[in-house]
Structures are given as structure tokens and as C-alpha cells.
Design a protein around this ligand. Structure first.
Ligand SMILES: Cc1cc2nc3c(=O)[nH]c(=O)nc-3n(C[C@H](O)[C@H](O)[C@H](O)COP(=O)(O)OP(=O)(O)OC[C@H]3O[C@@H](n4cnc5c(N)ncnc54)[C@H](O)[C@@H]3O)c2cc1C
Length: 304
């Protein structure tokens, strides 16, 4: 069924039917620039608009939430159902007390880092090099340089399938390295984060961390950052490098020469090439080092 025909069967309220994108190419919404079309893609104007959209969406329609797609591999057959995109929306960021901020899910991690530095709050500089949204950082417990998102979370605002909002304390979530167990069919719309007062902090701290990244990671190329989580006590990148896989290529995707835990799309890689490369790396490292690598990136959608 085409996206338009599918849309016709859903009988969305007219104001939403006119605003959803049909057959939205997910390659435009992901940092790997690969992946097939989503049946429908919706970008809400604000939280009430989002609530109204969810209220009238039939319960049978599968939903996928995306931020900046910097941790997503969408297969070439695309996504059945609706995608809710946080790109360029839900962007409020305010200080609510001396050490506490309220941030909406669509704010980029880079903006969060910069603003916290301006407010003299930290440690938030680690967010600067994470090219996603706050919603994605909450879903992934994103982190870098010893910093982790959920160490700062006091409470979150979420929205459920029926468009009802809830506020939940951080203790409602089971959080670990790049993993957050949360109720199904609830998505992050905002969070209250707590930092320390750091009057001396300035932009130089951010610049230094970004510079360190440039030296060790293939910044500027099409990737999803680290493809695999680090197994306990080991470095995924080192294991891949020691297995002789740097530069290994399938189609137009290859293991980065600069950082072996990155897979680069050189321009025309299909999601299937990237996924085949992921499987090849897992098999080779299992044979070579007897270690099972687990993906950090989320793989979604249908094969072509
Ligand atoms: C060059 C590069 C460097 C990177 N460096 C790091 C790093 O240092 N540390 C790190 O942790 N990650 C890193 N990443 C990976 C990625 O940026 C993070 O995982 C980021 O948190 C993903 O955010 P996003 O908005 O892009 O989420 P997406 O990739 O769009 O989504 C990721 C997951 O979160 C879910 N999700 C997104 N928004 C919401 C929401 N509002 N509510 C509920 N679920 C949601 C999605 O459904 C999906 O399962 C890097 C990526 C790249 C390309």
C-alpha cells in the first residue's frame, strides 16, 4: 500500500491529514543518510498539537519516535505506520532554579551544552559533541567523557498513545549504560535536569572536547557514531581493529579507518550494506576474540 492510500484508510482529522508527509524518505532524517520511506511522518508544532495528533491516530497504527536520527538504522523497506519527528520542534529551554533546568525533547544536545555553560552550570559540556536531541539522549542514556544523561534527570514529562501527559520521577526508570527501560508506548517530551554551579566554566571547555573528538573520530562523515556498545571492561573499537576490520567495506559502507567502532556511508550505501557490515563485524569479532558485540544503534523498519 502506498503512503497516500494508507493515509486514506486511516481517516485522520483533516488538519492532520494535510500536515503528515506520506512516503517520507528516512534517509533525510538519519545521519547515516540511508533507509526507505515511512508511511507517514508528522512533526508537531507543540505539545498540545502532538496530544491532539495522538488522540485521533487509530490505536492500530505503529508509532516510531525520532530525534535527529543519529542513532538509527532504518532498513531499506522503510517504516510501516507513523513516525513522530522531534526535529526542529519542542525546543524550549529554561532555567527554573539556581541549578535546575527544564528542557524539551527537541532541543539539541549541542544547544543544551552551550546554554548550561552560559548559565554557569555543569558538567554539561559532554553533551556538546552528541549530535542528537534531548529526547534521543533520554531514550539512549547518551553520554561521553564520563558524563551521562540520566545522572542529571530529576523527572521527565512523557506523553502516551492517547495523548495524555504524565510526569514521572527518574526512579521510575531502570537506567544503565546506553539503555533505559521505560513503559512501552510512552515518549519523552521534556525533562527537569539538575547540574552543579560552575561559575568558571566557559566555551573553551566545549571547544576542547570537540577538538578531542575531531582527532579521534571521523566527524563530518555520514555515520551513527559508535555502532556497538563497549563490552564490560573492553573497547568495541579496539576489538574491531584487532580483528583486522578497519577499512573493511560492503557496498559503499566501510569500517572507519579513524575509529573502528564507526561505520561510514561514503554516499550511496544502502541500509542493507550497513546491516551486512554490522553482522560481518559481529561474526568476525566473535571468531577472533570470542566476544559478542551488541549494537548501540537501533535498527528499525522492514527489509527491502
Ligand atoms: C558523529 C556521532 C557521534 C556520536 N557520539 C555519541 C556520544 O559521544 N555518546 C552517545 O551516547 N551517543 C553518540 N552518538 C549517537 C547519538 O547521537 C545518540 O545516541 C543520541 O542520543 C541520539 O539522539 P537522536 O535525537 O538522534 O535520537 P534518534 O537517533 O532519532 O533515536 C534514537 C532512539 O531514541 C528514540 N527516541 C528519540 N527521541 C525520543 C523521544 N522523544 N522519546 C522516546 N524515545 C525517543 C528513538 O525511537 C530511537 O530508539 C553519536 C552519533 C554520531 C553520528
Amino acid at each position: 500500500m502506498t503512503g497516500q492510500t494508507y493515509l486514506d484508510t486511516l481517516c485522520l482529522a483533516p488538519e492532520f491529514a494535510a500536515r503528515v508527509a506520506c512516503n517520507a524518505p528516512m534517509s533525510r532524517y538519519t545521519s547515516w543518510h540511508a533507509g526507505g520511506p515511512a508511511d507517514l511522518l508528522f512533526t508537531p508544532r507543540d505539545v498540545s498539537d502532538l496530544a491532539s495528533f495522538l488522540r485521533q491516530l487509530p490505536a492500530s497504527v505503529p508509532l516510531l519516535w525520532i530525534g535527529l536520527g543519529s542513532n538509527l538504522l532504518v532498513r531499506d523497506g522503510g517504516i510501516r505506520g507513523a513516525v513522530v519527528s522531534m526535529q526542529g520542534t519542542l525546543g524550549a529551554l529554561e532555567r527554573v532554579s539556581a541549578t535546575r533546568i527544564n528542557v524539551q525533547a527537541g532541543v539539541t544536545c549541542a544547544k543544551l551544552a552551550k546554554q548550561c555553560v552560559k548559565w554557569g552550570l555543569g558538567p554539561a559540556e559532554f553533551f556538546a559533541g552528541i549530535p542528537g536531541t534531548v529526547g534521543g539522549a533520554l531514550a539512549m542514556n547518551a553520554g561521553a567523557w564520563d558524563g551521562e544523561t540520566w545522572r542529571h534527570v530529576i523527572e521527565v514529562d512523557v506523553i502516551d498513545r492517547r495523548g495524555i501527559r504524565h510526569t514521572r520521577p527518574a526512579s521510575d526508570y531502570v537506567v544503565s549504560y546506553r539503555q533505559v527501560k521505560r513503559p512501552a508506548e510512552e515518549w519523552f517530551i521534556a525533562a527537569r535536569l539538575e547540574f552543579e554551579r560552575r561559575p568558571g566554566v566557559n566555551d573553551a571547555a566545549i571547544k576542547e572536547l570537540l577538538e578531542r573528538r575531531k582527532q579521534t573520530q571521523p566527524i563530518g562523515e555520514w555515520s551513527c557514531g559508535s555502532v556497538f556498545t563497549n563490552p564490560p571492561g573492553r573497547h568495541a573499537g579496539r576489538l574491531i581493529e584487532d580483528s583486522g576490520l578497519k577499512g573493511f567495506r560492503i557496498g559503499d559502507a566501510s569500517v572507519s579507518e579513524k575509529h573502528a567502532n564507526f561505520i561510514i556511508n561514503h554516499g550511496t550505501a544502502r541500509a542493507a550494506d550497513i546491516e551486512a557490515l554490522i553482522l560481518h563485524v559481529q561474526r568476525t569479532v566473535a571468531e577472533h576474540a570470542q566476544v559478542e558485540l551488541k549494537t548501540e544503534v537501533r535498527i528499525v523498519g522492514d527489509p527491502a
